[in-house]
Ligand binder design. Sequence first.
Ligand code: ADP
Ligand code: MG
Length: 148
Amino acid sequence: MDKGICIVTENEEQTIAVGEKIAGVLQKGDVLVLKGDLGAGKTHFVKGIAKGVGSGELVTSPTFTILNVYEGGRVVINHFDMYRLSGKEEASELGFEEYFDRTTSNGASVVEWPEQVEGLIKPPYYEIEIKKTDKDEQRKIYFRRVTL
Ligand code: ADP
Ligand code: MG
């Protein structure tokens, strides 16, 4: 599969800056899935997204809350971390489908660990994959649009 555009960052500030730029494409109803191992930099990337849309709200990892909502910007950002979710069924029970449906969503949704809800998020969506390299603070950030 095409890996899309690749951007290399050398520290967390640069990853935040990339998130800030990519925030520019996000519109209400959009979904962006964020892949990558623990510690890759997904949550830091979301810090950039929130900043990029102009939300001043503090971005933290929704590890336990599963969903954080950042308001006050050009578009509301729904920040999910599905890591601790038991699976798709739990996501449905929690009513998350409305956030992945352009016609019912209140904003743009950014989803860490989308593998946990495989099939619930349908194309079109944006995909980011962050990969560590053999250099400590270096990351490769792949960006692509997934369509039907
Ligand atoms: P994830 O959400 O993918 O688990 P976090 O964003 O919570 O990851 O944490 C990433 C960690 O990696 C932070 O401690 C951050 O300081 C560090 N880091 C080092 N280099 C980078 C980089 N280039 N981009 C993003 N984070 C980096
Ligand atoms: Mg995270």
